[in-house]
Design a protein around this ligand. Sequence first.
Ligand SMILES: [Fe+2]
Length: 330
Amino acid sequence: MKQTEYIGAGELSKLSGIVQDFAPSKVFLITGKSSYIASGATQLVELALAGIDVLHYTDISALPLDEDIKKGVIAYTSFNPDLVIAVGGGHVIDMTKSINFLAGKKPLVAIPTTAGTGSEATSFSVVYKNGRKTSLESPDMLPMFAIVDPNLAMSVSRETALPSALDALCQAIESFWSNKATEESRGYARQALQLIWKNIIPAIEKRDSGAITALCIGAHLAGKAINISKTTACHAFSYGLTYRFGVPHGIAVALFLPSVYRYNNVSGLSMSPEDIEGLLRRFGITNLSQYGVKPSDIAMLAAEVNTERLGNNPRVIREGDIINFFQKIV
Ligand SMILES: [Fe+2]
């Protein structure tokens, strides 16, 4: 499926035209609880949906859990929408992609409110099932429309903005070195990385609007890159930290980035593993104990790593070696 993208400040206003073109009688709208209002999206979305029967669904938790997706599928199925709109962070868009794929495969408009996950640009989604990370994947899952409007990310708190930005950074770098990278995905990854690396500090520390705009575009490009190349070891290692210890996804992934970078020993990137460590230190991210992970938890976390994405890592990581990557950051 091809995606139509609207990228830039003020582009949310294009939602009205999309809705008018489809002339839906019922719209399933999934949003975050607070991000929907804080992002400033409410007014324009409500304007675009005036007079239409809308089910506004906000029953989502901080992680895309299988049981929540099942609940969403029931609500979606009984409502039977002909257009689906997701407004929120990566987990909101991931949940919506899963629900829409399982329940109806209707046209989907994805509108991120943070600069980060790039979920609006990918044809897969994360699902936590029985405590394990799994994923759904199909070309049908790529949202038909992506509206990336940096104005929505301006009021996001540092607490939300930082993990999202680090996710985008990791996705760009992992895409660059992934075994599945192509010329096209490397092009997106390079562009993404340039934008993210240059703008991440002013975007996070000064909340500079130009830097946030660049970060939003970089994050979207990183999403396009991993849509082709997928992610690698940093992502593979991270999911248990998020599920079991509540470490925000982008931070969980970034903690592994310096050591995986050293191990992979790739060339062609403009920043070194030490540069990345310096960046993480500056943001106060240094080790796992900060997040309540004890040395005695490491064996369990390493044993639970889903090895699906490890095959994309440019240097082979044997199952027995996984624990070393956790020990380096404990
Ligand atoms: Fe990610």
